[in-house]
Design a protein around this ligand. Structure first.
Ligand SMILES: *[C@@H]1O[C@H](CO)[C@@H](O)[C@H](O)[C@H]1NC(C)=O
Ligand SMILES: *[C@@H]1O[C@H](CO)[C@@H](O)[C@H](O)[C@H]1NC(C)=O
Ligand SMILES: *[C@@H]1O[C@H](CO)[C@@H](O)[C@H](O)[C@H]1NC(C)=O
Ligand SMILES: *[C@@H]1O[C@H](CO)[C@@H](O)[C@H](O)[C@H]1NC(C)=O
Length: 609
């Protein structure tokens, strides 16, 4: 991983967009009342009237009754303005945020809440404190209102505020842990590794909202420079939105970009007092990528002493001792790890993929177990990584494949079995290495070779199964058996595969095949959650009209693959064999080929809906 290079490269391309954003944010928007969609809230704010159906309109406007799958429109007169509002969707009060929910219909929420919807409800959507605790599908944020959520007290996010959500008929919400167990600052946190690059203010906001909706605790901000304005601006924007939405952030210093902690201690000190900085055991959490190799002594006698004297002691002397859990993937882990590095509070295992010379194996837990045992023996913390794939195809020195076959679908169970103290999902947005599971925005990778193998390869469908995993881990589950659908449906899932066959001809690509390509296999992999008690579902997989296989599914999590991926389109159906009807299905938009000008082994990731 050397993310620093492409971020620097991309920095100048988009700096203009930042200036515009800052100007736009500098002007205080005036609150405007106009005809538009109503606010969804069980308790209507004082300057609104209740439409009697969970909707609220500004008290100067008229409620238009809700229509099928839609909420009330707020009209300037008693006559029906619904058609006009549909044609120019906006919120009746510009301080509210506009969301798009059921069947593409719009509704509005106060800015401190998030929009969700339920397919069975006949209402466009409703507003909840966090989608991670609601048995509903996250809605799409269309525009953010100008409201000041930090001071808003008009809507209390109680369970009644989601009263329009029809309880799922088959999922056992009783298996979800009580919210107090899921939100504790210390107990079993789950993080997403987040690459700091040039990211617009709007996209920073969207990233925070989307990650929060999945139930993760914080972003681990991968920072490789704190002197470039694009990095400083992105960090500031993320902290701003994290403060507004109540999300948390901490730094993971990327030691491919720093040669001494004194390059970042002042920057760190300027953020550890921010209310959105993530604390563990009462201390600000700090991680790294690398920093264990023999070069990182920072003028001291050993690497451990370097970090102790030049970083940990410095932070303590400044009044802010930190909780330090680095990912020293640049050293080989042994049972002696914490004897060699006694000053660390814990360690993260970055190594979530087999190396090519290990062959076609299931993602191994060897390093995880070594770290875990060493941590238990030394009263230290172990953070385990979870990642689907590592494929990098940027230039001749960054062209490798670390197997995504037999990885993520096994990794959830490995985590639940091993019970690490923390989990880091790798990653939210590292497009360069193809292990992004969140939004991959164009601006940090503009001007690089990365879009060639990531554009149109949206990976957000992995998120279909992440909330169930996060809930299971936080609840203390030791198997995947209780990973039920989190969207209120009886089944939920995702599948993934390459769009280029393992033996394909891509000789026209000057970079050539990535190293390790011999460990790629022509698989279609699926991860499917099935509601409790349901024994009648099965999954069937086709590739280019060839039937590859069928298998019955069990309640809880099902991870499986079939071989035989071939040229053409991949189709996956989950069928209820008791009725013969298709419950959920997906079709890969990009057909598989056996030759290409580009050796692209990124995964196509498709939701089963
Ligand atoms: C945290 O930092 C952001 C960005 O500088 C700022 O907008 C926010 O007000 C800070 N919050 C606190 C509580 O210091
Ligand atoms: C283990 O570490 C924690 C802090 O990380 C400390 O509070 C506790 O006393 C330690 N326990 C032992 C037995 O050393
Ligand atoms: C799965 O269901 C389909 C449709 O009912 C059926 O054709 C197929 O044989 C089933 N496969 C298994 C393994 O049960
Ligand atoms: C798979 O499901 C889709 C959507 O329901 C359906 O159109 C298609 O016919 C199914 N394919 C097969 C082979 O059953």
């Amino acid at each position: 991983m050397n993310p620093f290079l492409y971020k620097l490269f991309a920095a100048s391309v988009v700096s203009a967009a930042f200036v515009n954003n800052r100007d736009r944010l500098g002007t205080v928007e005036k609150r405007a009342i106009s005809q538009g969609w109503s606010l969804q809230s069980s308790v209507c704010p004082s300057d609104t009237v209740s439409c009697g159906n969970g909707g609220c309109c500004p008290s100067t406007l008229y409620c238009n009754p809700a229509a099928t799958d839609q909420v009330s429109a707020c009209c300037l007169t008693a006559s029906d303005c619904r058609g006009e509002v549909e044609n120019a969707p906006t919120c009746a009060d510009s301080s509210w945020s506009l969301w798009q929910g059921l069947n593409g219909n719009d509704f509005c929420c106060e800015t401190n809440l998030v929009g969700v919807y339920n397919a069975d409800s006949q209402v466009a959507g409703s507003c909840v404190a966090s989608t991670s605790t609601a048995s509903a599908t996250p809605a799409r944020l269309m525009s953010t209102g100008s409201g000041s959520p930090a001071t808003s007290t008009t809507t209390v996010p109680t369970s009644s505020s989601s009263s329009q959500i029809v309880p799922p008929s088959t999922t056992a919400t009783s298996t979800s842990p009580p919210s107090s167990e899921t939100s504790g600052p210390t107990g079993r946190p789950v993080f997403f590794h987040y690459m700091i690059g040039t990211i617009t203010d709007e996209h920073c906001e969207q990233d925070i909202r989307d990650a929060q909706a999945l139930g993760v605790d914080a972003f681990a901000l991968n920072l490789a420079t704190d002197t470039e304005s694009w990095a400083i601006d992105t960090v500031q924007s993320l902290f701003k939105w994290a403060t507004i939405y109540g999300f948390k952030l901490f730094f993971s210093f990327d030691m491919t970009g720093f040669s001494n902690p004194n390059q970042f201690t002042d920057f760190l000190l300027s953020y550890v007092t921010n209310s959105s900085y993530y604390y563990y055991n009462g201390l600000p959490l700090v991680s790294t990528f690398n920093g264990g190799a023999s070069s990182f002594t920072f003028g001291q006698d050993s690497v451990n002493d370097g970090w102790k004297v030049e970083f940990l002691d410095v932070m303590e002397a400044a009044g802010h001792p930190v909780y330090f859990v680095p990912a020293f993937q640049d050293v080989t882990v042994t049972s002696d790890f914490f004897n060699e590095f006694p000053s660390l509070n814990g360690a993260m295992n970055w190594n979530s993929w087999p190396f090519a010379d290990q062959g076609d194996i299931i993602v191994p837990t060897t390093d995880d177990i070594t770290y875990l045992n060493a941590a238990r023996a030394a009263n230290k913390t172990f953070m385990m990584g979870v990642s689907p794939l590592q494929f990098k195809h940027m230039d001749s020195s960054d062209n490798w494949y670390r197997r995504g076959e037999e990885n993520l679908e096994y990794r959830f169970g490995q985590v639940l079995q091993l019970q690490p103290d923390m989990v880091e999902l790798q990653t939210w947005n590292d497009a360069g290495e193809s292990h992004y599971m969140g939004n991959s925005w164009p601006e940090p990778i503009a001007g690089t070779n990365i879009p060639a193998y990531t554009e149109n390869y949206d990976h957000t469908a992995y998120q279909q199964v992440l909330p169930a995993f996060i809930k299971a881990y936080k609840s203390g589950a030791t198997t995947t058996d209780t990973m039920y659908p989190t969207n209120g449906k009886s089944a939920q899932g995702v599948f993934w595969h390459h769009t280029l066959l393992a033996a394909a001809d891509c000789s026209a690509d000057s970079l050539g095949d990535p190293s390790g390509i011999d460990t790629a296999q022509d698989f279609v992999t699926a991860a499917v959650l099935v509601g409790p008690g349901i024994e009648s579902y099965n999954i069937s997989i086709w590739s280019g009209n060839t039937f590859l296989g069928s298998q019955s599914l069990s309640p809880g999590f099902n991870g499986l693959h079939v071989s035989g991926l071939t040229v053409g389109t991949v189709v996956v159906n989950v069928t209820d064999t008791s009725t013969g009807s298709v419950v959920i299905s997906g079709t890969g938009p990009i057909p598989v080929t056996d030759s290409s000008d580009l050796c692209n082994y990124n995964f196509q990731v498709v939701a089963l809906t």
